[in-house]
Structure formats: C-alpha cells, structure tokens
Design a protein around this ligand. Structure first.
Ligand code: SF4
Ligand code: SF4
Length: 80
C-alpha cells in the first residue's frame, strides 16, 4: 500500500498534480488547477497550497509525483 504525502511548504499552487490525477479526472469540473468542491477528489489546491481531500481514493499511480516541479508530493510505502 502506498500513502500519499504532501509538502505544502514547497508547493507553489500550479495545479499540475490536480489535473494529472486520474481519480480527480473523473469529475469533469477538475480543471484550472483547483478542482471542484467535492469530497470525491484526492487532491486540490486550497489557498494556493496542495491539500489532500480524500487520500483513501488515491490509487498510488504516481502521476501527481511525476508532474510536480518542486517535489511537493511523495508516495511512501506503508507497512501493513
Ligand atoms: S498517486 Fe495517482 S491517484 Fe494518487 S493522488 Fe497522485 S495522481 Fe492521484
Ligand atoms: S504540489 Fe506540485 S504540482 Fe501540485 S500544485 Fe503544488 S507545486 Fe503544483
């Protein structure tokens, strides 16, 4: 199992991660970086900083990690 970890102090709010996430993409209103006001998202930009909305929905694909230019997102292996 992978756990999503974010580092808001590094984030500059570009929104790359929000639009790259395939779970977020199920909602057609995921655009412009922020993401819609729903709990069916993994991540959203809130007040300019990356925020985990519902980490349980994350499938661990790593797309958000790849597109973040400042390494503000990591996937860590969780011990069972
Ligand atoms: S690892 Fe994949 S599913 Fe999880 S938040 Fe990032 S892009 Fe979305
Ligand atoms: S976590 Fe990275 S990709 Fe996501 S909004 Fe912040 S800087 Fe952009």
């Amino acid at each position: 199992m992978y756990k999503l970890v974010v580092f808001p102090e590094k984030c500059h709010g570009c929104g790359n991660c929000v639009v790259s996430c395939p779970v977020n993409a199920k909602d057609p209103n995921t655009w412009g970086g922020k993401g819609p006001e729903t709990d069916e998202l993994v991540i959203r930009v809130v007040d300019g900083l990356i925020t985990i909305v519902n980490g349980d929905l994350c499938g661990g694909c790593g797309a958000c990690v790849e597109v973040c230019p400042v390494d503000a997102i990591k996937l860590v292996v969780e011990k069972q």
